[in-house]
Design a protein around this ligand. Structure first.
Ligand code: AKG
Ligand code: FE2
Length: 370
């Protein structure tokens, strides 16, 4: 057996010891063969925690890891290009195009902005003859890399979905795969993110806001620290803690759509990204496997709605100014997941807190517009 990489139980961040949450590691090669013990293990991870590591170091997973490395190189080239080229088409739709830094609320909520720029290429788009991607990556070599990566991620997430259907004894049309078919429209997308160093953006423009994902499953690759999750507890989620990057592994988590499709049995993972190292550029690749647009489920508000409608409403909530987010039901951003109390009783690190006078001014601005 390969030696286990030691993951610490806590890590120092902003002068405090913060938990590093441990989790199950699922073996992709075993899942591919529907190994009964591995199927049960992945199902339990989704029912109890809503996330796990996926070990891809095998003959099948190895090529997928190489696709990620190629995508990482592609992203670094893309994000180094001038803004006019990156933003050639802007954000064409919610799941396709470029979003500059500071487009959404940041890691520390009210009055802060996010610290990442993002390029999204949807699975539906890459399947088209002439995908609409900005000029820096619109060449045969880069399009091939994007197609390979989207194909790999799609296969991996479908293998997981299939194991979960088997684990839940779903048969025929009731299996989860049957609402995630490639030839039916969906908002499934590959999202490539570049977090700028907080030394460059300033402390009020950092990270990624706390949320659960719209998707059914999210497959996430990052070799760098910064991602935090809030594990579900018996009386609400526990404290935010880090996910340690693990070599050869992806981090997979359940999103709202699969929680809803499982009749609320699975946990949608509460997470955010914080600046870990103020001088570091952080890169992450997320594949959001989403249900076909016309899939029906009961959402966290008890409504019988389509996956498309849940996507559109939640995407709007993600991109709304924080003042409007604060007025929306909490079940939207957190997919109905419960939190026991404050993230941290001693509060967020002071250096990231927005100036209270500036906050009041911003609040006034939006109430005048509304
Ligand atoms: O950058 C990351 O590690 C996570 C990004 C994320 O949560 C998202 O795009 O939904
Ligand atoms: Fe997310």
């Amino acid at each position: 057996m390969a030696p286990q990489t030691e993951i610490p139980q806590t890590v120092e961040w902003q002068g405090k010891q913060v938990p590093v949450w441990s989790m199950q590691t699922i073996n992709y090669a075993l899942l591919l063969s529907q190994d009964p013990a591995e199927v049960e293990k992945v199902l339990n991870a989704c029912l109890e925690e809503g996330y796990f590591y996926l070990d891809l170091e095998s003959i099948d997973g190895g090529r997928m890891l190489r696709d990620q490395q190629e995508t990482l190189e592609l992203m670094k080239r893309f994000f180094a290009a001038p803004i006019e080229l990156k933003n050639e088409y802007g954000l064409i739709s919610s799941h396709l195009g470029y979003e500059p830094v500071g487009s959404r609320t940041g890691a520390f909520g009210a009055g802060t902005k996010d610290g990442y720029e993002m390029l999204k290429v949807s699975r539906d788009e890459i399947q088209r003859g002439s995908p609409k991607v900005p000029q820096p990556v619109k060449n045969n070599g880069d399009l091939r890399i994007l197609e390979n990566t989207i194909g790999s991620c799609n296969t991996i997430t479908k293998v997981i979905l299939s194991a979960l259907s088997t684990g839940m004894n779903l048969t025929g049309a009731a299996r989860f795969e049957n609402t995630h078919r490639n030839d039916r429209p969906s908002t499934t997308t590959l999202s490539m993110m570049h977090y700028l160093p907080s030394e460059v953006t300033g402390n009020n423009k950092v990270g990624h806001q706390k949320h659960t994902d719209i998707s059914s499953l999210t497959l996430l690759f990052s070799e760098q620290w910064g991602l935090q999750v809030r594990p579900p507890g018996t009386c609400g989620a526990l404290e935010m803690g880090f996910v340690a990057p693990k070599p050869g592994c992806a981090f997979v988590h359940v999103g709202d759509s699969l929680r809803f499709a499982s009749g609320m049995k699975m946990q949608s993972c509460i997470h955010r990204v914080v600046p870990f190292n103020p001088s570091e550029h952080r890169y992450s690749i997320a594949y959001f496997l989403r249900a076909e647009d016309d899939t029906m489920f009961v959402d966290s508000e008890g409504r019988y709605i389509t996956a498309g409608q849940w996507h559109d409403e939640k995407f709007k909530a993600f991109t709304d100014p924080w003042q409007w987010q604060a007025m929306a039901p909490a079940s939207m951003i957190l997919g109905g997941m419960k939190e026991a109390g404050e993230d941290d009783p001693t509060g967020e690190p002071a250096q990231f807190a927005p100036n209270p006078i500036a906050l009041q001014e911003e609040l006034k601005k939006v109430s005048v517009q509304a």
